[in-house]
Design a protein around this ligand. Structure first.
Ligand SMILES: Nc1ncnc2c1ncn2[C@@H]1O[C@H](COP(=O)(O)OP(=O)(O)OP(=O)(O)O)[C@@H](O)[C@H]1O
Ligand SMILES: [Mg+2]
Length: 601
């Protein structure tokens, strides 16, 4: 119980802290914004002055009408009252005109900052995140920001000021009791609203949590539409999603019920206050201490304060809900990247680098070692191949080389530079990879290719395409380069995807090539042809190859054999065969299978 109360307290604090952050963000980012915020604030103050003078104009009009003065006096009084009232109406949209730009600008910059930040976060964050949940959080920004800016700059501050000025006027014109009464009403209203809204916000938070889960479940289900069909699990998908939707329905309803109950409570507070005012001022009129004009002026001050106070309650609640919405946004913004450049990190400029792993140990989870005391050296311009059982840690080597994770012991050096002391950007630019699983963007084939190097010439693109054996494929496409390849490349075959990935890395022209099962999805003939191209390409280039099919790595200068996260052997193909160890065993097994296959054909 105590820890829950503590958590709520922390959340309350963070809500107001978040408000300060949003305002500071809007205030500091753009001088233009500051001017607009300032102008809208000035307009709000101006309309405040107009508003508080309306009851005075009304009182005069009523007084003049009730003593039936000269015609022109009545006309002037009614004209002035009508004019000031119309002016107050016009002021509402005018001040909002200035604030809308601030809202949309703020939204854009906020979402942009969040998007940029998400891309700086480390691999660990991205493999653990749920895209649906993140989308749900990003979508909250344009929903929450208008309520915050509008609420603070056009409602809460001006309305509070308006009420304070009204209290002053009532006090000054009709005595201490009226001013005090309005003041007490204001305080009761604010205290009640504060606690009531805190009570209702709990359900808003619960609703947000469930919505995040539902979005993430829906996105996951839609992304895996093929698997759903393969297993004919449509009903299961619907049912599990429907469970969440039902929970969302319950939480959403409770959220609205609580909100409306808060409104009812606020209405009761206002109603009681209004009744007390009417009784006191009506009594004064009865005893002729006030005129009817006075009664109407008091009544109108109270109404004028109560009306915005009514919407003030709504705005305050929306502000609080919007701040609750932004809690997750700020949580995301506060996520620190696990891997950051050290201060004064240098840019890695290498041509044909060496790569050195020095007693490297690593585990994704500290409780499980994936790489155990790995040491090897790749001489400049040489090709090194990694072979070994599935799950033995080969792809992990590459992830560490990219510095997606930091090693837990030992070091990795490229041309003598520890990769922890170079900028990540220059490191990532130096390495070109055909990953084990190609991920493509949902755009045209051309855009996917050019992603590697947008400045590449058409000749360079054609050359890369020829080497990756993509020419025929592109020529066969009715739309050629403009072929849309679908989400994650779903509209093309596995082998085609792999060849796009190869062409892309050729275009990148990196200092280090990494091929992680780069040709595993291709037929034997195409694989042989591409393999030949890649071998030619890797002459004089520092290259790492990971492969299960040993026949594709026999040309490597050094072959490193992995088993359960350890290096068990290394040497050239011939040396390892002579050694007659694990590699030789694997080689013989694969050879037997190959010979059998050839015989069967
Ligand atoms: N992001 C991750 N979080 C936790 N464990 C991981 C992660 N990625 C890989 N692993 C685990 O680390 C081990 C090594 O994985 P790795 O991908 O390096 O194997 P591999 O040798 O490339 O296998 P394969 O030949 O099947 O591609 C595996 O047991 C895998 O389950
Ligand atoms: Mg792998």
């Amino acid at each position: 119980m105590q820890s829950m109360a503590k958590k709520e307290n922390r959340e309350k604090k963070s809500a107001w802290h978040n408000l300060v952050r949003v305002l500071a963000f809007l205030w500091s980012d753009e001088p233009n914004l500051r001017i607009r915020l300032f102008i809208s604030f000035v307009f709000a103050l101006f309309s405040l002055l107009i508003n508080v003078s309306i009851p005075l104009f009304l009182k005069h009009a009523v007084d003049i009408l009730s003593v039936s003065s000269a015609k022109h006096m009545i006309l002037i009084a009614l004209g002035a009252y009508s004019f000031i009232w119309s002016l107050s109406m016009i002021m509402i949209p005018i001040r909002e005109l200035f604030v809308f730009r601030v809202i949309f600008y703020g939204s854009r910059v906020f979402v942009g900052t969040l998007f940029r930040h998400l891309h700086t976060l480390s691999q660990r964050f991205h493999v653990e995140k749920s895209t649906g949940a993140i989308l749900n959080i990003i979508e909250r920004v344009p929903r929450a920001l208008p309520d915050i800016v509008w609420g603070v700059f056009l409602m809460i501050v001006p309305v509070l000021l308006e009420i304070l000025v009204s209290i002053g006027i009532l006090w000054w014109m009709y005595g201490f009791v009226y001013g005090l009464l309005l003041f007490v009403m204001l305080i009761v209203y604010i205290v009640f609203s504060y606690y009531a809204i805190e009570w209702s916000i709990v359900s808003q938070r619960k609703y947000n949590e469930i919505r995040k889960k539902t979005s993430s479940r829906i996105v996951d289900s839609l992304l895996n539409f093929e698997t759903v069909k393969y297993f004919a699990n449509h009903d299961f998908e619907f049912e599990s999603c429907n469970q969440l939707l039902k929970a969302e329905e319950v939480a959403g309803t409770e959220r609205y019920i609580r909100s409306e109950l808060v409104n009812v409570g606020q209405g009761i507070v206002v109603g009681i206050g209004f009744t007390i005012f009417n009784i006191i001022s009506g009594y004064a009129v009865y005893h002729h201490t006030h005129t009817i004009g006075d009664f109407i002026a008091i009544n109108s001050y109270v109404l004028q304060c109560m009306l915005p106070l009514g919407s003030f309650g709504y705005v305050f609640r929306r502000l609080r809900e919007s701040l609750a919405d932004l809690e997750h946004v700020f949580d995301l913004l506060d996520q620190k990247s696990e891997i950051v450049d050290v201060p004064f990190a240098i840019d890695l400029w290498v041509d044909t680098p060496t790569i050195e792993f020095n007693h490297v140990s690593f585990g994704y989870d500290k409780r499980r070692v994936v790489l155990d005391d790995i040491s090897f050296f790749v001489p400049a311009g040489k090709t090194v191949a990694f072979v070994g059982a599935t799950g033995s840690g080969k792809s992990t080597i590459v992830k560490l080389l990219f510095r997606f994770y930091d090693v837990q012991a030992g070091s990795i050096k490229i041309s003598g530079h520890d990769i922890r002391f170079v900028t990540q950007k220059s490191l990532q630019k130096s390495i070109g990879i055909v990953p084990q699983e190609t991920a493509l963007f949902n755009t045209t084939l051309y855009n996917n290719l050019m992603y590697a190097r947008p400045t590449a010439t058409m000749d360079e693109v054609n050359d890369a395409i020829a080497k990756a054996h993509l020419k025929d494929f592109i020529e066969k496409q009715p739309d050629g380069y403009a072929t849309m390849i679908g989400e994650r490349g779903l509209k093309i075959s596995g082998g085609e995807k792999q060849r796009i990935s190869i062409a892309r890395v050729l275009l990148k022209e990196p200092a280090i090539y990494v091929f992680d099962e780069a040709t595993s999805a291709l037929d034997t003939k195409t694989e042989k042809q591409i393999q030949k191209n890649l071998e030619e390409l890797s002459i004089g280039k520092t290259t790492l190859i990971i492969a299960h099919r040993l026949s594709t790595v026999t040309h490597a200068d050094i072959i490193i054999v992995f088993d359960k996260g350890k290096i068990v052997e290394q040497g050239s193909h011939e040396e390892l065969l002579i050694k007659d160890g694990m590699y030789a065993r694997l080689w013989n097994q694969q050879n037997k299978i190959r010979k059998k296959e050839l015989k069967d054909i």
